[in-house]
Every structure is written in C-alpha cells, then in structure tokens.
Design a protein around this ligand. Structure first.
Ligand SMILES: Cc1cc2nc3c(=O)[nH]c(=O)nc-3n(C[C@H](O)[C@H](O)[C@H](O)COP(=O)(O)O)c2cc1C
Length: 164
C-alpha cells in the first residue's frame, strides 16, 4: 500500500523519514561570545576531495540565523549516552548549554565534550530546499574519538549500536 503525494502530510513524512536510522550531531558555535547550537540528525557526509559534509536546517529555526554568523561551526557526533544533550539543544530554553559540557576552540567553534567525533567546519554554501536550507560545510580539521560509540536516532528514539 502506498500513501499518495496528496496525502503526504508532515506527520506521514516525519514517520517515513524516521524509518531511516541516523546519528545525531550538535552543531554549535560562538555567537557574540556565547555558545549557540542546535541538534541535527540530518548530518550527511558529502565529499572527500574537498572534504564536505551537509546538514538540513528548517527555515523556521530561530537559532540558525545567528549560528550561521559564527566564524566556525563545531559539529559533534553525539555519543551513545548523549541523547539528553540532543534534547537540551532542541529545547526552547534560552540557555541550552547549562546542562551540556562544552568547550570553545579558537576561532569560535563549540564542541560537546565526550562526543564520538568533532569536525571544525565553515559554511561554503547554503541551498534553499523546500522548507529547509541545505548547509554545505567544509571541514577545516577534525578530531576522531574512535573508542566512543555514537548514539543512533530511529523513530524518535535514541538507541545504541549493536553488531549483527
Ligand atoms: C534528535 C534531534 C534531531 C534534530 N535534527 C534536526 C535537523 O536535522 N534539522 C533541524 O532543522 N532541526 C533538527 N532538530 C531540531 C533542532 O535541534 C531545534 O530544536 C530546532 O532548530 C528549533 O530550535 P531553534 O528555533 O532554536 O532553531 C532536531 C532535534 C532533535 C532532538
């Protein structure tokens, strides 16, 4: 059975997109000297040469217009036990970082301590796509924390990796 195009409501699409498991990233930077950031599960690797990754941000995001002004963006791939960090970075609270262990790196990227990978990025292109913007990020440097298992996000639930 298929759901036809005219019946593709936001709920139907969220449910469908949620069938695809992903990791979760924290995309953070210093804005006017203070940390700003969002949780993003839309992170995707794009290119090896040059090194590019992407994420999709809703046009309704109130944080992105400020965050995109940061000189660099820190992308932290969240660890297995950092579901609460993702939730904290998605709240409407004005101070999302009180419960988050973070560190700022010159020249202005912000990373979550204990994450599975840090990528220091700069925005190279923004492409409007429907109700989101695709932000293409160039990687300036990265720090892998290979012993840290990443969290898995599936059907609105945070899970652990399991070998099969
Ligand atoms: C696990 C998780 C993944 C998310 N992924 C995205 C995403 O890929 N893109 C996006 O625009 N918002 C995503 N969000 C929502 C944002 O983190 C944030 O709540 C949203 O941008 C609204 O806050 P803002 O108005 O401060 O930007 C996600 C939230 C959670 C909890």
């Amino acid at each position: 059975m298929f759901v036809d195009n005219e019946d593709l409501t936001a709920d139907v699409l969220r449910g469908a997109y949620g069938r695809f498991p992903s990791g979760v990233t924290a995309v953070c930077g210093l804005v006017d000297g203070r940390p700003a950031g969002i949780a993003a599960s839309s992170f995707t690797s794009v290119s090896l040469d040059p090194p590019l990754v992407s994420l999709c941000v809703a046009h309704t995001s109130t944080t992105w217009p400020a965050l995109r002004r940061a000189s660099r963006l820190g992308v932290s791939v969240l660890a297995e036990d950092q579901g609460p960090v993702a939730r904290a970075l998605a709240t409407r609270s004005p101070d999302r970082f009180t419960s988050v262990d973070w560190v700022a790196e010159p020249p202005g990227s912000v990373f979550v301590l204990g994450a599975a990978l840090w990528l220091e990025c700069r925005i190279v292109q923004e492409i409007s796509a429907g109700d989101h913007v695709i932000a293409l990020l160039g990687i300036d440097r990265l720090s892998p924390h290979s012993a840290v298992p990443p969290v898995v996000f599936h059907a609105s639930t945070f899970r652990s990796l399991a070998e099969i």
